[in-house]
Write a protein that binds this ligand. Structure first.
Ligand SMILES: N[C@@H](CCC(=O)N[C@@H](CS)C(=O)NCC(=O)O)C(=O)O
Length: 372
């Protein structure tokens, strides 16, 4: 079979999820930049005209846009081989997928854009690779200035929050380092969907840009090793005595992971609560939105507090598209399993995630997320 083409970029956040999946699933692919006539003329119209990486193209011309949709496609063919089967592990894998979709955008953007002396040359090179034509330098410069000026504050990265973002990230490094000192992957000896999700923030930005990479290598070598491992076809578990290539037995969610989730909850839960309210207000104000309408990336500003920090950011519906999978999986469980999951979620301070629901479902059509 001819290899598929992965339109992506080494420094792209969301490409990290799909690339790692393709590697671990043994799928033959070639990665290419999307700055080509072929991409714009032929691929983009099949991608719902929403330019985004990752997008894949099969030899027969079929296209899938969106990292989660790419994994869904192959997982359906692969008997959901990277989904744990037991209740607590299922839920944890799905929560990590939600975290990976948007949960770490603030550290990702802060450590990329506010450390120019470390990152500037690196970023200029990479941004030039996403343009073609005569003046890629100028195009890259304008794009980078736009992100600093518009995108960072829109996503809650502003000077009054730098300190919070840094202390949150250093805790993330510490907690995940402790976890990956014990286990090669989040749930033991094999990656789950949540591992792929978490590669999005933890590789393309936080595990690769010069400033945050130096931090990760200094404070979290075992987490750094996980980012390497996730991009290799072999299990890459040489430093571990236990080489079982499976999820932990007995539906175990280890204490090191509970501890990390508890930390993630401090920011994920209030942000999801605030975003849910804003999006539901939007839905109430726009009841006539026809079924099949594309879901916008952001639907208004939401505000929430973490400790002393007040964060204002875009309310993004995509996280609820993924969160609903977790809620649906929970709803399908027996009362006994639900009780175990509830106990685990309480230990992670994440019980509320079961309740945060949009009043309208999100589906997919023509390679876009749409209102059902
Ligand atoms: N939900 C999408 C998000 C993809 C996305 O936003 N990708 C960014 C780059 S990491 C992008 O393509 N931005 C617009 C562009 O480069 O044209 C996914 O998970 O694949």
């Amino acid at each position: 079979m001819e290899p598929i083409v992965l339109y992506g970029a080494p420094f792209s956040l969301f490409t990290g999820r799909a690339r790692s999946y393709l590697i671990k699933a043994g799928i033959d692919y070639r990665e290419e930049p999307h700055a080509s006539e072929h991409f714009y003329d032929t691929v983009l119209p099949k991608a719902g005209n929403r330019r985004g990486i990752p997008t894949i193209e099969f030899a027969n011309g079929d296209v899938i846009r969106d990292g989660v949709a790419i994994i869904d496609h192959f997982e359906a063919l692969n008997e959901e081989g990277f989904s744990p089967r037991t209740p607590k592990q299922t839920i944890v894998s799905q929560i990590l997928d939600v975290m990976g979709a948007e949960g770490m955008l603030r550290p990702c953007m802060h450590y990329r854009w506010n450390f120019d002396s470390d990152n500037d040359e690196f970023m200029r090179f990479h941004f030039q690779t996403i343009y073609s034509g005569d003046d890629v330098e100028q195009a890259a410069k304008e794009r980078m200035a736009f992100i600093k000026r518009e995108v960072n504050p829109a996503w809650g990265v502003s000077a009054e929050n730098y300190q919070f973002i840094e202390s949150y990230h250093l805790t993330t490094l510490r907690k995940l380092n402790a976890h990956f000192a014990q286990y090669p992957y989040f749930l033991g000896g094999k990656p789950c969907r949540g591992d792929f999700g978490m590669m999005a923030p933890l590789y393309g930005h936080l595990g690769r840009d010069p400033a945050p990479l130096a931090l990760m290598q200094k404070h979290a070598v075992r987490l750094f090793r996980w980012t390497e491992r996730m991009n290799r076809p072999e299990p890459d578990v040489g430093e571990f005595a236990n080489k079982d290539a499976d999820y932990l037995p007995h539906d175990e969610v280890p204490a090191t992971l509970i501890d990390a989730l508890k930390h993630f909850a401090t920011d994920l839960v209030p942000e999801s609560r605030a975003a849910c309210a804003v999006i539901n207000q939007w839905l109430a104000a726009n009841p006539d939105t026809p079924a099949g309408t594309e879901v916008a990336r952001g639907l208004g500003r939401c505000q929430f507090s973490v400790g002393d920090s007040v964060i204002s950011t875009e309310a993004q519906p995509f996280r609820f598209y993924l969160l609903k999978r977790m809620q649906d999986a929970f709803a399908a469980m027996s009362a006994l399993d639900q009780a175990e999951v509830r106990q685990m979620l309480a230990a992670c301070d994440m019980s509320e995630l079961l309740e945060l629901k949009l009043t309208r479902d999100i589906g997919r059509a023509n390679n876009l997320e749409v209102w059902v």
